[in-house]
Design a protein around this ligand. Structure first.
Ligand code: ZN
Ligand code: ZN
Length: 439
């Protein structure tokens, strides 16, 4: 490179970065108060998967106000907002909208007090325990920023608010309802997720495998019920279920290659009504996580083999074999970030936030149906990154005292509002500005 170009580059680079910093800062500052209010509103008014009606209406309204062409009711309560801004790539930014059946115990002044009845008719609290309220707030902020900064990029922006991420069905429902055919098809798809163990103000990224695949399985162990004092006249499904739960632990520890990552968790076990009655059935609910098709297949086969054979070993009659049901519509494939996107965006974030704020992180066994957007035949490049949410002081105190911070889905998880919102908005806006850079 001729010396004079090098000098121009060295002189101009920091100036350009500073100018971008100033522009983003000026654009976001007037939005922060209303984004905070939006966050608190969403946090206090959570809706369960497939029921995100009022949440979707609010997000649609936000996009309309920011100047987007908005379509609602895509794949259920899904919302799509399009901003056409000249020629160039189409970039999709996705948020999820659903909350969880968890009773909030954070004690925050804006904590959710919402209660609903679940499918079994039980009253349950509802909470944004996975931080989807923070995803939505960052997403609205990003939509506003990119509308304001439209002279800095060229292309089409597709803002997607997806229902039912927690049930693994929302992304597929939106794709089946024509997300990539009725609307501009993305050249890139982006998302972020709240991170419960990363300091607010930081972001985490990863090449390749980032989130695991998720299978949801219901097992009914059937026995022959009777009196608790005449066990020899029964086939006790409680005992068989206990054996099954323990034997399932050997799948990962004894059957899989130790270098392979996987999880088999029995999250729920229910059976019986009374001390002295041996019930007819016991129900188990499992979540299974893995990273490869091979491991997944092996685990599912082992669950089937162990369950059926333990029932058989206990002498359960053939017509009362266990029922094993895989919730096909709740299957989530593993998420793999496209390397070229990480290559392109990680340096942009480092330059903007500082290298100490942008970290390469480990994969986790959580799952995300964001993976679906990269698995259609178009093979759209995708990237999901982690948004730090824990106040620096709280993080330091927890580390100093050896206290474990609440995980996602915990009734005690809460993100710091600042600087999480501004970091999410800036990181996502920067990503779009980079991908749809004016040439
Ligand atoms: Zn979740
Ligand atoms: Zn989530």
């Amino acid at each position: 490179m001729p010396l004079r170009y090098l000098i121009v580059l060295i002189v101009c680079w920091p100036a350009a970065a500073q100018e971008l910093q100033a522009a983003l800062e000026a654009a976001i500052r007037p939005e922060l108060a209303s984004l905070e209010a939006l966050y608190k509103h969403l946090h206090a008014n959570p809706e369960l998967s497939y029921q995100e009606e009022r949440t979707a209406a609010r997000l649609a309204e936000e996009l309309r106000r920011a100047g987007y062409e908005v379509t609602t009711g895509v794949g259920g309560h899904g919302v799509v907002g399009v901003l056409r801004n000249g020629s160039g790539p189409t970039v999709m930014v996705r948020t999820d909208m659903d909350a969880l059946p968890v009773t909030e115990k954070t004690g925050l002044p804006y904590a959710s007090t919402v209660k609903v009845r679940d499918e079994a008719g039980q009253e349950v609290g509802v909470m944004h325990a996975c931080g989807h309220d923070m995803h939505m707030t960052s997403w609205v902020g990003t939509a506003r920023m990119l509308a304001k900064l439209r002279d800095r990029w060229s292309g089409t922006l597709v803002m997607v608010a997806q229902p039912a991420e927690e049930r693994g069905g929302g992304a597929l429902a939106m794709l089946r309802d024509g997300l990539f055919t009725r609307f501009p098809r993305p050249d890139y798809a982006l998302a972020l997720h709240a991170a419960p163990h990363l300091e607010a103000g930081r972001i985490g990224y990863r090449y390749g495998a980032v989130l695991a695949s998720v299978d949801t399985i219901d097992i009914t162990i059937r026995g022959v019920g009777g009196h608790g004092a005449w066990p020899h006249m029964t086939k006790d499904p409680v005992v068989i279920a206990a054996q099954v739960v323990l034997a399932l632990q050997t799948i990962v520890s004894r059957e899989l290659n130790p270098l392979e990552s996987a999880v088999v968790t029995v999250g729920s076990i229910h059976g019986g009504t009374k001390h002295n009655v041996i019930p007819d059935e016991v129900h188990l609910q499992l979540t299974v996580r893995s990273y490869t098709d091979e491991a997944r297949k092996k685990i599912l086969e082992a669950i089937e083999r162990i369950t059926r054979n333990l029932a058989r070993a206990a002498g359960v009659p053939e017509d009362r074999e266990p029922a094993i049901r895989y919730a096909e519509h709740e299957f989530t494939p593993a998420t793999h970030n496209t390397a070229s996107l990480v290559d392109r965006l990680a340096p942009v974030w480092r330059e903007f936030f500082g290298a100490d704020k942008v970290l390469e992180v480990e994969p986790v066994m959580g799952g995300e149906d964001f993976s679906r957007y990269g698995m259609t035949e178009e093979k759209v490049p995708i990237l999901i990154f982690w948004l730090g949410t824990i106040d620096a002081e709280r993080m330091r105190a927890a580390q100093a005292n050896g206290v474990r911070l609440p995980a996602l889905h915990s009734s005690e998880y809460w993100p710091a509002i600042h600087p999480t919102i501004e970091t999410g908005v800036k990181a996502m806006s920067l990503a779009v500005l980079e991908l749809a850079k004016k040439r």
